[in-house]
Design a protein around this ligand. Structure first.
Ligand SMILES: [Zn+2]
Length: 227
């Protein structure tokens, strides 16, 4: 009998511990959701969101130096997220390699290119503040163009990387940026929409652009629902 009583008591304790753990997790989730909302509301509109993680994906910030040729530094209204693919299929041409590339070529005498994020299957590099223009859409600095009004996002296609995971990571980044800058899912654009270049090439040629946008919209709605 004593043994039975002890057992019951133990079970009761365990139940209390489980309930406490569930409550703690719920409080943490609610706090995280609240923090996201609080930050979105208190940060001045359209200044760089300063992301360090998107879910489990690290975001490494390594901005191009102010005043270099690839960083024109003009503040503008963010209207679009402009998707690209690197078209670099070499093994090792991941986000870190593109970060090195963009820094090494920041003052190239010609053929200047710059963009904001590079996404691979493990991490994201952030090269320029989101509230500044860049050279990635091939439309000079047209009034409603991608260079002036877009956040340029490159997706890696290097051999040996997991392209499907890269797409998922890019979708998470896009959904988060839509929330941060109070944009609608309709703000997604392809490089092709501005200059005609077939980019992001693999996504376009495989007929998956619409599915990509739908996946971003789904994640966007999930984030919206916890705000
Ligand atoms: Zn492109």
């Amino acid at each position: 009998m004593a043994g039975f009583y002890t057992k019951r008591k133990k079970t009761g304790k365990k139940k209390i511990h489980t309930q406490a753990a569930v409550t703690a997790v719920l409080m943490l989730l609610s706090f995280a959701a609240g923090a996201l909302t609080y930050r979105a509301l208190t940060r001045p509109p359209q200044t760089d969101a300063g992301l360090t993680y998107i879910e489990e994906i690290p975001v490494v910030t390594d901005f191009l130096p102010e005043g270099c040729r690839a960083r024109p530094g003009e503040k503008r209204e963010i209207k679009y997220l402009v998707l690209h693919e690197t078209d670099n299929f070499s093994a090792g041409a991941d986000a870190a390699a593109h970060n090195s590339f963009i820094h090494q070529n920041a003052n190239a005498p010609e053929g200047i290119v710059s963009w904001h994020y590079t996404v691979d299957d493990r991490q994201i590099y952030h090269h320029l503040p989101d509230d500044e223009n860049a050279y990635h859409a091939g439309d000079r600095m047209e009034k409603n163009g991608g260079n002036l009004n877009g956040i340029g996002i490159e997706m890696c296609v290097n051999e040996g990387s997991n392209y499907e995971q890269t797409l998922l990571n890019a979708q998470k980044l896009c959904a988060r940026l839509l929330i941060e800058y109070d944009l609608k899912p309709g703000a997604l654009r392809r490089h092709q929409d501005f200059s005609g270049k077939v980019c992001p090439a693999r996504l376009i040629e495989s007929g998956r652009w619409d599915a990509f946008c739908a996946a971003v919209e789904q994640r966007y709605r999930e984030l919206k629902s916890v705000q």
